[in-house]
Every structure is written in C-alpha cells, then in structure tokens.
Design a protein around this ligand. Structure first.
Ligand code: NAD
Length: 288
C-alpha cells in the first residue's frame, strides 16, 4: 500500500511536530484536535518554522508555501475518513485512546492504517477495540519530532506483514531511522528511559544529589544531550506523570510507582518548559 494522505489526531506538542514532518515530506495532512486554540498554536509553530527556514534560505518561498498548503486543520474527526494512515497523538490515557480508536474504526475507510504515538500503552489494547487489528500499529515518534532521527515502530502479533512494511517505508520517507519493538509496556525506548528517569527521581527525592548534578552526571559523564531531570521538563511533566501512571497500571512493579514529586509540580501548574517552570525555572528565557 502507498501512503499519500495522513490524518493526525491531537495537535499538541507531539501532534504538531508529526504534522510538520509529514507535510515537509510531501504528504497531505489533516490534523484534528478538540481544542481550537491548540490547533491555532500548533499551526502557528509550523508557520514559524517555515518562515524562519525561508529567511535562512533553507527553503525557498514556494517550498514553504507548498508545505503549509498541504496541511488542513479541523475539529471534526470525520474529516480524517479517507486518510491512508491516521496517527493518534492524544494524552496517555488508555480509555481516551480506546475511545478514539473505536471512533476511527467506524469512520475510516477499510484500508486505513490506525497508528498510536503512545509512549507506554500496549498497542494490543487499542487493536482489540477495532475490527481491523491487522492494520493497527504503534508509531512512537520522539521529541522534538522534526529533528529526531528515530522512529520506534511497535508491532503486536496481530499486525500484518503488509502493515508493518508500509509503516516502515512511511517512517523512512520521513527521514527517520526505524527500529521495531515487540508490544510490551514502554517498548524499547521508554523502557530504558523510564528506568533512568525513575532512578534520577529517586536520587533527587532522597536528597542524594541536586538536580543539576544528576543532569551533569549524564550530560558530562555519558555525553547525553540533556540530563534526565531537564528532559522531563522538556517533555512536559503532565505527560511524564501520565506515562509513569500508564507504566505502573500495566506492570505494577514497585520501582515504577508514579513520582509524588512530579505529581506535586503538575498540581501546582508547573508543567516544565511549556508553562515556564518545572524542576527548573524558564521564566527569564526569551519567548518566540
Ligand atoms: N511529550 C513527549 O515528549 C512525548 C514523546 C513521545 C510520545 N509522547 C506521547 O504522545 C502522546 C501525546 O503527547 P503530547 O506531549 O503531544 O501531549 P499534549 O498534551 O501536548 O497534546 C495532546 C493533544 O491531544 C488533544 N486531545 C485531547 N483529547 C482529544 C480528543 N478526544 N480528540 C482529539 N484531540 C484530543 C489535546 O487538546 C492536546 O492538544 C501521548 O501518548 C504521549 O505519551 C509524548
């Protein structure tokens, strides 16, 4: 199967990045969100990327206009009906994702592949609420989506070889290196990163080290581009909390209890970079 039209459900941090990279790679994209303001914000960040790239001569004006013309936004899920693939990018809540997969299964053409950007939830839990488990797959993009080199594909036993091969080709066409994981909570990337994150939080909560020193141990010691505490701020502490909760609900391991410290910051409205404060304070940084 050849993918031409892409649907994206959710235009938040990850959904807007996925929309951008698909439009940049020549796909027609329809992005849906329940929140008009989020749609406007997501599209204006893509607009900013395009005008900045034109200013810096990385894109011609006509290439920039063509990227923007390939994107359509809507609050109506039905407008995704004729997509070749729909990528769900809503918050990490299994009931919400299952509800959307059920609706998409009813709305979309029989040929449409249904993919989820979930960080931790088993894809089989989403496939089972549809009538097309052979066409359900995980496409775990990493943040920030456009420059990230990796796409982790998650394949439950029910996914057909044809769906897997189509999505692998799609991922490569977006300029990503593709890895394939079996359908276990957290897959490859978040199983490893989750372990590091839980350990960093434990060191911080027990007062064994400061957040700055924990981050330096990984940036200077291992050459990571960002430390685990700063990375949580970058990804969004609300997203981290939901991810930890989804991990715990599925695995029930004592070492994977959602962090009280993260929950406290979320309850205070400190969501990380996006709100100006999380573990670190970003309020003095210049806004675009
Ligand atoms: N933030 C990260 O670094 C990161 C990285 C990889 C994967 N993920 C995964 O991607 C998914 C989304 O994360 P995010 O950081 O983009 O979250 P986000 O909160 O920034 O965006 C979620 C969007 O979904 C929209 N939404 C909520 N309910 C909806 C509905 N019923 N229909 C349509 N849209 C709806 C919200 O309005 C919001 O714009 C999660 O599953 C998360 O685990 C996140």
């Amino acid at each position: 199967m050849i993918i031409k039209k892409v649907g994206v459900v959710g235009c938040g941090f990850m959904g807007s990045g996925i929309t951008q990279i698909c439009a940049q790679s020549g796909y027609q994209v329809t992005v849906q969100d329940i929140n008009e303001d989020v749609l406007k914000k997501g599209l204006s960040s893509i607009d900013y990327f395009v005008s900045h790239s034109v200013e810096k001569c990385k894109l011609s004006a006509s290439e920039g206009n063509a990227i923007l013309a390939r994107i359509k936004s809507t609050t109506n899920l039905k407008e995704l009906a004729d997509s070749d693939i729909v990528i769900e990018v809503v918050p990490e809540d299994i009931k919400l994702k299952q509800k959307i997969f059920k609706e998409l299964d009813k709305i979309c053409s029989k040929r449409t592949i249904l993919a989820s950007n979930t960080s931790t939830i088993r894809i089989a839990e989403l496939a089972k609420v549809t009538s097309r488990p052979d066409k359900v797959i995980g496409t775990h993009f990493l943040s920030p989506v456009p420059p990230s080199k990796l796409l982790e594909i998650v394949r439950p036993d029910t996914t057909s070889d044809e769906t897997l091969e189509t999505v692998k080709r799609f991922g490569k066409s977006l300029g990503k290196e593709v890895i394939v994981a079996k359908d276990t909570p957290g897959f490859i990337f978040n199983y490893l990163l989750g372990t590091l994150t839980f350990a960093a939080l434990e060191l911080l909560e027990k007062g064994i080290a400061t957040k700055e020193d924990i981050d330096k141990s990984m940036t200077l010691g291992l050459g990571h581009p960002i430390g685990p505490i700063a990375l949580m701020d970058f990804n969004g502490l609300d997203v981290i909390y939901l991810t930890q909760k989804a991990f715990y609900d599925q695995l029930g391991e004592p070492g994977k209890v959602p962090s009280k410290l993260v929950k406290k910051l979320v309850d205070e409205g400190n969501l990380g970079r996006k709100s100006g404060k999380g573990f670190y304070d970003y309020s003095k940084e210049k806004k675009r």
